[in-house]
Design a protein around this ligand. Sequence first.
Ligand code: G3H
Ligand code: 13P
Ligand code: ZN
Length: 309
Amino acid sequence: MALITTKEMFAKAINSDYAIGAFNVNNMEIIQGIVEAAQIEQAPLILQVSAGARKYAKPVYLIKLVEAAIADTGVDVALHLDHGEDFDICKKCVDDGFTSVMIDGSKHPFEENIRLTKEVVDYAHDHGVVVEAELGKLAGVEDNIKVDARSATFTDPDEAAEFVERTGVDSLAIAIGTSHGAYKFKGEPYLDFERLKKIHELIPDTPLVLHGASSVLKEFVDRCNQYGGEIPGAQGVPEEMIREAVKYGICKVNIDTDLRLAMTAEIRRVLAENPGEFDPRKYLGPGRDAITRMVQHKIRDMLNASGTK
Ligand code: G3H
Ligand code: 13P
Ligand code: ZN
């Protein structure tokens, strides 16, 4: 039982029909809920920490909590920095013992993204840490991207091949139509599978990463709304589309919004049904259990990763 890198898990996943769930963590209950699901399902696991999570919980708490979860359950975990925006935050996480970091240079021009990514790759590899980079821009919440605008934002397959070659990055996040958050599509969900296939053909040995991959499960949105929430018109990536993407090189599937919705829906329900309750354990506990059930469902039914450890 240990903190491990994603190298071995990706090597096994890349030419198979399953992917590894990468779940965002912000506190003890979220970490416990996810790790318990991975333990039950005997599945490989990536826990990821955003800059916002570091600010909220303080890095040392998150690292110690993840270490505690490993000691408690025996589950191997890859601990990953999500969307590192510059060299400094990546270096801090490498120095803190993360086994994987993401340098997100997607907002920069191509050459600057390459320079920045290479700088992080050199430092991380010297310390035995793997690196994820991003090329292309995820769609904005409000964007209903028109066909002719796609090439400007979605990942260009030829650039992806050049990027991987010149940076030596270990995995690549690509943009094919997903976006972060609970409002991913205004009309019919659309992912550019032809583009994904082309990228995978050109760089078949590079594990690809799908950000913004929450499905925004109706069950949890409805429960939030039923118990006082206001999340109208939320829409995620249908789970069958994730399963399809996994066939073409997607090895890592990023999920945060679905965790937030599952936990919030359950907490709302408990508090609404028990207005006299004010012991945080009485609602955080059920919130944690809801996360475990949801993550088990993801691992088993969507990522096809149950029992692959
Ligand atoms: O990519 C975004 C993740 O959902 C992290 O969100 O920056 O609010 O922690 P956050
Ligand atoms: P969701 O908002 O779809 O959960 O995406 C999370 C993510 O991509 C984290 O990097
Ligand atoms: Zn993301």
